[in-house]
Design a protein. Structure first.
Ligand code: ADP
Ligand code: ADP
Ligand code: ZN
Length: 217
């Protein structure tokens, strides 16, 4: 399965990608998670990305594309992937097409998860994240079993710095200006499917699985 999960910050991409990747036996590749892991390890990539992330801005295309190119060459991605958070600009989408065609491959399916702005703000400001495994929780909609601890690995949950309301609003602006046009790019090529991202996490998962079956790819 070669799937791109597309949508605004807070749409539930990471939540759904984790389940889909596990079910379909492919890696979940989240560019945001890769940057945060690099930052925890104190690598130059992580330190460089941090400035942009904290401001709610996008990391430069060349940095992101180089990183994704390397990640897709890893062995576990031979059988496919669920990409979450990439591509986020037209330039990234074009670079991604070039990466795929260089490998004799082409774009699989792009599923756009659509959620109203006010719900995005509610989801992001209430999000709590596991700094170790990347799992996301929500204080109201998806609380962990033990308050403050990750169900999957037990680590103490944190609120991401960029999930404060001010930065969230900025990220939504950046999404509208730079990322939303990517949906039209894929729509023109006939690979985009839009699904309703409102409602419960299992309901949204069902809609994604149905969209995957429909296209048959
Ligand atoms: P969310 O899950 O809320 O959508 P991410 O974890 O995907 O957020 O991304 C967090 C931040 O990492 C972004 O605001 C941006 O600074 C950076 N980032 C992640 N992916 C990309 C990308 N494809 N292009 C540019 N910046 C990115
Ligand atoms: P993204 O990766 O698109 O930024 P996440 O998967 O991290 O989004 O989800 C953002 C927040 O919304 C998290 O706190 C998550 O627990 C919560 N969430 C995800 N899906 C739903 C849903 N269907 N209903 C309510 N809350 C959700
Ligand atoms: Zn965890």
């Amino acid at each position: 399965m070669n799937l791109v999960l597309f949508g605004p910050p807070g749409a539930g991409k990471g939540t759904q990608a984790k389940v889909l990747a596990e079910r379909h036996g492919v890696p979940h590749i989240s560019t945001g998670d890769i940057f945060r892991a690099a930052l925890r390890q104190g690598t130059p990539l992580g330190l460089d990305a941090k400035r942009f992330m904290d401001a709610g801005q996008l990391v430069p295309d060349a940095v992101v594309c180089g990183m994704v190119r390397e990640r897709l060459r890893e062995r576990d991605a031979e059988r496919g992937y669920v990409l979450d958070g990439f591509p986020r600009t037209i330039a990234q989408a074009v670079a991604f097409d070039e990466m795929l065609s260089a490998d004799g491959s082409s774009i699989g399916k792009v599923i756009s998860v659509e959620v109203a702005d006010e719900e995005l703000v509610r989801r992001l400001t209430g999000r709590r994240s596991c700094p170790v495994c990347g799992a996301a929780y929500h204080v109201e909609s998806a609380p962990p079993k033990v308050a403050g601890a990750c169900d999957a690995c037990g680590s103490a949950l944190v609120q991401r710095e960029d999930d404060s309301e001010g930065v969230v609003r900025k990220r939504l602006e950046v999404y509208n200006a730079q990322t939303r046009p990517v949906a039209a790019y894929y729509q023109d090529r006939g690979v985009l499917q839009r699904i309703d991202g409102s409602g419960s996490i299992p309901d949204v998962l069902d809609r994604i699985e149905k969209a995957l079956e429909d296209g048959g790819r």
